[in-house]
Design a protein around this ligand. Sequence first.
Ligand SMILES: Cc1cc2nc3c(=O)[nH]c(=O)nc-3n(C[C@H](O)[C@H](O)[C@H](O)COP(=O)(O)O)c2cc1C
Length: 369
Amino acid sequence: MLRFLTAGESHGPAEIAILEGIPAGMSLSVDDIQPDLEKRRGGLGRGGRGKIETDEVEILAGVRFGKTLGSPIALMVKNLDSENWKVKMSIGAKPNHLEGGLTWHVNTITNPRPGHADLSGSLKYNFDDIRNVIERASARETVMRVAIGAICKKFLTEFDIAISSQIIQIGKVQLSKSFDSKKIEEVILDATKRKDTLGGVIEIIAQNVPPGLGSYVQWDKRLDGKLAGSLMSIPSVKAVEIGDGIANASYLGSEVHDEIYYDKKRKFYRQTNRAGGIEGGVSNGEDIICRIYLKPLSTLGKPLNTVDIKTKKKTEALIERSDICVVPRAGVIAESMIAFVLADAFLEKFGGDSLSETKRNFAAYLRGL
Ligand SMILES: Cc1cc2nc3c(=O)[nH]c(=O)nc-3n(C[C@H](O)[C@H](O)[C@H](O)COP(=O)(O)O)c2cc1C
């Protein structure tokens, strides 16, 4: 139904994306996308790159007179740091080995960072310069996922579905439900002073999702599987939880499952939501609740030991400009991935080449519940 691809190297000229499958007739402008890009760009724990990039999105195709055409939507965000690299690195540096029209120059990197794609990527693609891996493995690419996600969110809001997120843990510190920015600042500052990095936990909630998205009939149609896969694809995310999945494993069934009620207005509903809004791979009408667990970043100010890929001798891992903690910025990336999966599942269920057709189909379904 819905699909997207991204392209772009972290210090190449631009990040680009194509999203296909959004129905025709939906209002769309850069103003719908830019606020989420801002959320990803700034924030506590961010390194120097955030100050260089403006992350301004351009819509290059798929929209006419402010409305989607049903054709692929093409997006671009220029990498402003690309210019700095050309200037800074051209002094006495060797041309790099990347092909594909990139003109910037860098020194060859041979000391892989534990925890990054550096070594596994170099072995896989037979590179002798780890920069070739870093440029695409970099989470700079998530700028396009957020742009795509913003369009999917806009689509979902047409059906009153809203997605939000909150940080619930940074490092070992649990946070209260209200965004405790002072506490977060303290913890991140402490890690910065120690030249170390931090991970954490984020909760993402999708509200007002109708029952019936996803399916139990085939493994690859399960909504929980799709959500977990999409969230795991975010760099640094090492575990995904749906509902109270982790805690539930220690309780009795009678303490876990959410009893079913019916009310003429609310229709079928639950008083608890330990399942996180999905049963049997299908949304059940309750809020969809996911948690993601992010590891601490791998670029360390005090580098770990590694082995040089050329000499095979012990050395220290690469140090380069890096974030300390991405948890404050990762919530919007997770929201975007969830928005994409839900918009896709929604279109699979209700179809429609134009927004009005999708709305008609949805309204008829609701009447039948
Ligand atoms: C928004 C965002 C920004 C990131 N920035 C950095 C960074 O500055 N330095 C770093 O070492 N890792 C950073 N990462 C994490 C790496 O991209 C990631 O750990 C690496 O690609 C290896 O993938 P994996 O952790 O999923 O195994 C960032 C992740 C995200 C989501």
